[in-house]
Every structure is written in C-alpha cells, then in structure tokens.
Design a protein around this ligand. Structure first.
Ligand SMILES: Cc1cc2nc3c(=O)[nH]c(=O)nc-3n(C[C@H](O)[C@H](O)[C@H](O)COP(=O)(O)O)c2cc1C
Length: 186
C-alpha cells in the first residue's frame, strides 16, 4: 500500500512534523510504502480561478503541484498533518487544497469516475483549548477528502500544544499518531 504523508506546518521538527513521523512509522510497520512531502519546501500557487479544470480536469498552472496530481492518483492513502492557524489549516495546506479543485471538477462536473478511492487520515494540533477549535479544519478536510475521492477514515485532533516540539511531552499523543498510521493502512 502506498501512502502520501503531507506535512503542512512551516515549522520543521515542530508538533505536526513529529506527529506525522509517528504516523509514518505506524504505516510502515503495517507494511506501507510512505512518501513524505513537506509543503513549505514546495512552490505551490493557490488556485487562480482560471477554471480550465472545468474543461478537462487539469490545472494549467505549472509549479510543484504539477507532479503531485499523479502522486494523489497513485496513492492508496493520504495523511495530512497541520497546525491550527487562525482556526483553520495552514496557508501552505490551503494553497495545496485549493489546487485540488482540479479533482473536484473531474469528479463533480465532468463526472469522471476514474479517481481511485483512497483512505484519508487527518492530524491537527493547536495551542488553545477552545471547544470549537477543530470545526473549521474538519469541514475543510471533509470536503477536500471528498474531492480527491478519499474516505475520511482517521483523525487525531490535539488541543493545548504550542511550543516547538512540545508534543514530545505527551507520549500518549505520539502513540495515538503511530496508531493512526497503522490503522489507516490496515
Ligand atoms: C500564525 C499562527 C496562528 C495560530 N492560530 C492559532 C489558533 O487560531 N488557535 C490555536 O489554538 N493555535 C493557534 N496557533 C498555534 C499553533 O497552532 C501551535 O503552536 C501548534 O502547536 C503549531 O504546530 P507546529 O509546531 O506543527 O507548527 C497559531 C500559530 C501561528 C504561528
């Protein structure tokens, strides 16, 4: 089984990154081949509303997203790990998601049913403990996963973790991330 692991925080070795690495270990233990992508290292322009994708399901923008479309088509599962920024996902992730409008057009406008079904896992970490902290990101993920034809299978939502690497003080969350990766591919 192939897994794409998307790291959406700009902070390398931060909380999302550490959690994602645990999920990757879990998936690998279960036999998956994992490719990790650090979104902040790529040049991905947000959707420009050219609407070319409505014609044939492809995006005419040429940047690092170009190679990712095929990876999404080829993967069996995708794990997204993001910090909460202003009650939503990171800007890096939002740019990537907006470019997946090409898949949305294929599926819902062109009724192209050849986007393989895959599994989706979501890891999200924020500093505060607000009861509604994950409402926005969860809705975004729900519709993103639908667009790329992924079933929203697993989630790990963590409140109250802020400083770089602070997640390491919570071994229970590391275990939960590992289990998420394992369960997603099992
Ligand atoms: C620009 C910015 C906006 C943030 N907005 C929120 C927020 O709305 N709610 C929250 O709980 N934490 C917020 N945070 C805190 C981060 O979610 C938190 O520090 C998280 O652990 C960072 O994860 P990372 O190490 O993976 O980047 C924000 C941090 C930054 C830098």
């Amino acid at each position: 089984m192939k897994v794409l692991a998307m790291m959406a925080s700009p902070r390398i070795k931060g909380n999302s990154d550490i959690l994602l690495d645990e999920a990757i270990k879990g998936a690998q233990t279960a036999g998956a081949v994992v490719e990790k992508i650090v979104l902040d290292k790529l040049r991905i322009t947000p959707c420009k509303e050219i609407y070319h994708c409505l014609k044939d399901g492809t995006c005419p923008l040429r940047d690092d997203m170009t190679g990712i479309y095929d990876k999404i088509l080829a993967t069996d599962a995708i794990i997204i790990a993001t910090p909460i920024f202003f009650y939503t996902v990171s800007a890096q992730l939002m740019a990537f998601i907006s470019r997946c409008q090409a898949f949305w057009s294929r599926k819902y406008v062109l009724k192209n049913l050849d986007i393989p079904l895959k599994r989706g896992g979501f890891i999200c970490v924020g500093a505060t403990k607000g009861i509604r902290l994950f409402e926005g990101p969860k809705l975004t993920m729900k519709y993103f996963f639908q667009a790329i034809n992924a079933e929203y299978k697993e989630e790990l939502l963590i409140r109250g973790v802020d400083k770089k690497g602070e997640i390491n003080d919570h071994p229970e969350y590391l275990t939960a991330a590992y289990e998420l990766g394992k369960k997603l591919v099992s």
